[in-house]
Ligand binder design. Structure first.
Ligand SMILES: NC(=O)c1ccc[n+]([C@@H]2O[C@H](COP(=O)([O-])OP(=O)(O)OC[C@H]3O[C@@H](n4cnc5c(N)ncnc54)[C@H](O)[C@@H]3O)[C@@H](O)[C@H]2O)c1
Length: 274
């Protein structure tokens, strides 16, 4: 007999860690996981904002804890996993969500900027996945690791060479880890969002366009134009990525590993000039 639909999206008894959880996609994922019954540890570099995000979920009855970390630091990855274990007794799900996307033309990508993007988006993601996998291997009950890649890893839109490189690394890392950890019941998958309306997307495009002398009003219009050209004719919302994350975190995806789930309103289907 097949399990009930309810049990397939139930995360009761599971503990999840989400990085970059104070806002945007990470916040939406944390809220959905808590609603599905998981204990959720929200981590972010912004201490005040992550405490507020956790408080909002707690007010809805969720079991949450907040921790300030810098997700680019391997030591903070270890500290975060230890915190989840101390708070909730184990770790079942990791979402490597923290990431930055500072637009810059090729000629202006300094070594410092390259290193900052790689340190968070790729190196940090690996060491979080490693810290989580070590704990999951010890527990011997499997687990789910979800990495935030991007459509940018597959089809660049321009001015994000450093970011595209980091996210292509995330895709390769996801497959390599999935291959090795599959025999232990540890699933490793990636999400490739595109065109999601988040505070980070707004401020990154705004600051880049203002460097080019474009006013915030025109920048808003540009984003609107991009969304209107997508096959689904609109921008995506953080919760629409959270629903895909819930699929990858729950028994709904128990035969899925090493895959890249695209959530982009059809962006990858066409070419979009700036
Ligand atoms: N928004 C999109 O359309 C889109 C598209 C493709 C991929 N993504 C990926 O999704 C993820 C989330 O993006 P978002 O749009 O929600 O971003 P966002 O900027 O809105 O939120 C990111 C969060 O990460 C936190 N953060 C930044 N640096 C950190 C660090 N060093 N340590 C810990 N936390 C840190 C920020 O404080 C913030 O709360 C990123 O990995 C991004 O690359 C987003």
């Amino acid at each position: 007999m097949n399990p009930s639909l309810h049990s397939l999206v139930d995360l009761k008894g599971k503990t999840a860690v989400v990085t970059g959880a104070a806002r945007g996609i990470g916040q939406a994922i944390s809220a959905r996981f808590a609603e599905a019954g998981a204990n959720v540890v929200l981590s972010d570099i912004d201490a005040e904002a992550v405490a507020a995000a956790a408080e909002a979920i707690r007010a809805e009855g969720g079991a949450v804890s907040a921790l300030q970390t810098d997700a680019s630091l391997p030591a903070d990855a270890e500290r975060l996993v230890a915190h989840a274990v101390a708070q909730f007794g184990g770790l079942d799900i990791l979402v490597n969500n923290a990431g930055v996307f500072p637009f810059a033309p090729v000629a202006q990508i300094t070594e410092a900027l390259w290193d900052r993007v790689m340190a968070l988006n790729l190196k940090g993601a690996f060491f979080h996945a490693q810290a989580a996998a070590k704990r999951m291997l010890e527990q011997r009950r499997g687990g789910k690791i979800i990495n935030l890649a991007s459509v940018e890893a597959l089809q660049p839109i321009g001015f994000l060479t450093h970011y595209a490189s980091s996210k292509a690394g995330v895709v390769a890392m996801t497959k390599a880890m999935a291959l090795e950890l599959g025999p232990f019941g540890i699933h490793v998958n990636a999400l490739a969002p595109g065109g999601i309306e988040t505070p980070g997307m707004k401020s990154s495009t705004q600051s880049f366009l203002s460097l080019l002398g474009v006013s915030p009003e025109v920048a808003d219009k540009q984003r609107g134009k991009y969304a209107a050209r997508l096959p689904l004719r609109r921008a995506g919302q953080p919760d629409e990525v959270a629903r895909a994350a819930l699929f990858l975190a729950s028994p709904m995806s128990d035969f899925v590993t090493g895959s890249l789930l695209v959530v982009d309103g059809g962006h990858l289907l066409g070419k979009f000039p700036m």
